[in-house]
Ligand binder design. Sequence first.
Ligand SMILES: [Ca+2]
Length: 320
Amino acid sequence: MWSAATMVNDHYLNSKTNSKLHPWFITGYSDGESSFSIRVRTSPSSRFGFNISIVYSIGAEVNPVNKNLLEQVKEYFTGAGSISKSGNMYYYEITSLKSLINVRKHFEEFPLQTTKFVHFKLWCKVMDILENKEQLTKPGFDRILSLKSVFPKGLSDKLLEVYPKESILLITKPVLEPSKTPLDPNWIAGFVQADGTFGLNYTKQVRMKHGYTCQPQFRITQHERDLIVLNRIIETMGCGTIVKPSGDRDRYSISVANLADLVTIIIPFFEKYPIYGAKHLDFLDFFKGVYILKNKGHLTSKGLNELKYLAYAMNTYRKF
Ligand SMILES: [Ca+2]
């Protein structure tokens, strides 16, 4: 009998890659950190003066652990594309149409859960046009401009000089049907690699005997357009509350700061569904910190020192 679970397992077992990453991890990580884009570049030799290509790209901050993670993602997509460095980021990019067809298959089987889904759908429409070489016909070329115009970056000034807005047929964006189904835990792990934070906030606290305390917090931050997915994470995991970071107008976070929830839900969850990227190291330090707090270590100077040491060697303080 067919079920979503057996479908996932069949894919997992039959896939030809050696990647240890679960298909839903790939989608969760992509929901947080990837882009599906349409590149339109000036090219005098091309029909209509512009060359069109589509790209799948996913980034991670530069460090050896993240490099390894992107190599695993590359492995998952059977070695297609390449990883490059730009500033303090690595980008894994796939640009060949043939390989992108496989990427599309993955995201059709394991769909994006955030509003990125909408851009994926538009991107697929451009892929259809490119596959049939219809970009070489005026209607096909115009259709691509219409599809690109509803992307966040829209059409470049260069493009608008040649093809003014009035000449572009407006299209309606597809909408993401809000789902209420529980999320796959591996999706959550991938999403946390992209947009989650494990923090130990070591702060002055005059009321405390040693003058300091430490507050643990697990967070996932997202633009308000994806508030629905934050609520689905809370429902799937069974803990967390939605908070609005001060000064951050259009973003919301899930916050879990309650020690009992961290010990009984968050830590066991990410032990069972690992994160793989550098954020996994932050999780391990967070894990140690939470247990020091659970054992009331923050009431002793030895425990506080350990917490301080952890807090100032993780996240942005981490040295590789
Ligand atoms: Ca993100």
